[in-house]
Design a protein around this ligand. Structure first.
Ligand code: ZN
Length: 338
C-alpha cells in the first residue's frame, strides 16, 4: 500500500466578491477609510485597485487559484459569509459589511475541485437554516463558518441545538471566529467569548476557534486563556493561528506555541488580511533577517506559511485540517488533549 502524504491546508481563506459575475455577493464600502482599506488589501494580495470597479468576483477567484498553485499548500478552505440576523430570524443586511452566499461559494469551489474546500455560512436563526444545511451537506460542504459577534449568533440559544446536532451527525466542522473583531462592524461584543462554544461542542460538533480568541484591537478583552482552559475538557476543540502575523493579533502567538497547545492548532492565514513579519519580529519570535526575507515573498499565502514555520509551527499544524476532515465523529480522535 502506498503512503499518501496528508494534505497541507490553509483552513481560513475568505472569498470576497462584488456580485459582478451574478453570484449575489456584495461588499459595502461606506466610508473613505473602508475604500482605502480595501485598496490596501487588494494591493497586498496582488490585485490593482481598479479590481473594485472591474469584475472583482472573477479577479479574486483567478488570483486565489494562482496563489494556492504557487504556494507549498495543497488546498485552502474557502469561506462564505452570511448576513447578520435577529434572534427571530429576520435578516439585517444593513448591519453586514460583506456577503458571500453559499451557492456562489459552492459554484466557485466546484470549478477548482481539490484546490478549494467550501466552508459555507448559515445563521442558525434563519427560517431555512435546516434546509440550507441539508443543501450544503448534499453539495459536499464539510465546514461551516460563523462570526458570532458580527452576525449576532448566540451559541447558547437552545433553539439552535438541532442545528448543532445535525452538524455533528454529518461530521461537519464549525470554524468560529473568537475574540474581538476590528475590521467589521460588531453587533454583540459578548459573543467574542469562546466559552459560548461549549454549546455546539456539547452537541458533538468539532470546533475550530479562529484566531485563538485573542485581541483584535489594543484594548479589547483577551479570551485566549479561557480558550486554552477549554482544551482540557473538550478534545474536539481546536484553535487556528489565522491573522496572527498581524501587528496587533501577534500578541496571541506566545500563548499558543508550547508543544501541548500546538497539538491543537490548525494553520490558517485569514486571507485577504495582511500578513507581515513585523509583529512577530517585535515580539522577539523571529529575527530581523527572517522578517526581511518574508517580506520578499510576494505570495501572501506562502509568506504566511514561511512566517509560521519560522515562529515555531511545523507541518503538523499545516496538515491538521486534513486530519480533522478525515476524522468521523464516531472515530476516536488521534490527537490527545494537553
Ligand atoms: Zn477571517
Amino acid at each position: 500500500m502506498t503512503h499518501v502524504a496528508p494534505q497541507k491546508i490553509d483552513c481560513h481563506v475568505h472569498l470576497i466578491g462584488d456580485g459582478s459575475s451574478g453570484g449575489g455577493c456584495w461588499l459595502r464600502l461606506k466610508s473613505i477609510a473602508h475604500r482605502l482599506m480595501a485598496r490596501i488589501i487588494l494591493h497586498q494580495v496582488g490585485l490593482p485597485s481598479s479590481a473594485l470597479q472591474n469584475g472583482l468576483d472573477a479577479q479574486i477567484e483567478n488570483r486565489l487559484v494562482d496563489l494556492v498553485c504557487g504556494s507549498s499548500l495543497d488546498a485552502v478552505v474557502l469561506l462564505a459569509q452570511d448576513i447578520p440576523h435577529r434572534d427571530d430570524g429576520t435578516p439585517m443586511p444593513e448591519n453586514g459589511a460583506f456577503f458571500v452566499p453559499n451557492h456562489y461559494l459552492l459554484q466557485v469551489c466546484s470549478r477548482h475541485p481539490g484546490l478549494f474546500l467550501p466552508a459555507v455560512s448559515i445563521h442558525p436563526a434563519r427560517r431555512d437554516s435546516m434546509d440550507e444545511l441539508d443543501r450544503c451537506l448534499f453539495a459536499g460542504a464539510r465546514v461551516l463558518k460563523l462570526l458570532p459577534n458580527c452576525l449576532n449568533v448566540d451559541y447558547a440559544d437552545p433553539r439552535y441545538r438541532p442545528f448543532w446536532e445535525k452538524m455533528a451527525a454529518a461530521n461537519m466542522i464549525l470554524l468560529s471566529h473568537t475574540g474581538g473583531e476590528l475590521s467589521l462592524p460588531v453587533m454583540n461584543h459578548q459573543f467574542a467569548d469562546p466559552r459560548l462554544l461549549s454549546h455546539p461542542l456539547d452537541c458533538g460538533v468539532t470546533v475550530i476557534a479562529a484566531h485563538c480568541a485573542g485581541r483584535s484591537g489594543l484594548w479589547d478583552a483577551d479570551h485566549t486563556d479561557a480558550l486554552l482552559d477549554m482544551f482540557g475538557k473538550w478534545p474536539r476543540l481546536f484553535g487556528d493561528n489565522s491573522a496572527l502575523c498581524s501587528p496587533v493579533r501577534c500578541r496571541t502567538l506566545p500563548k499558543i506555541l508550547p508543544e501541548s497547545i500546538r497539538q491543537r492548532i490548525v494553520h490558517g492565514s485569514d486571507f485577504p488580511i495582511s500578513v507581515s513579519g513585523f509583529g512577530p519580529w517585535r515580539m522577539g519570535l523571529i529575527d530581523r533577517d527572517t522578517w526581511r526575507a518574508s517580506s520578499q515573498e510576494p505570495n501572501v499565502l506562502e509568506r504566511d506559511v514561511l512566517l509560521k514555520r519560522a515562529i515555531g509551527f511545523d507541518d503538523a499544524q499545516l496538515t491538521r485540517m486534513a486530519q480533522l476532515l478525515g476524522n468521523k465523529s464516531s472515530d476516536p480522535l488521534t490527537i490527545s488533549p494537553p
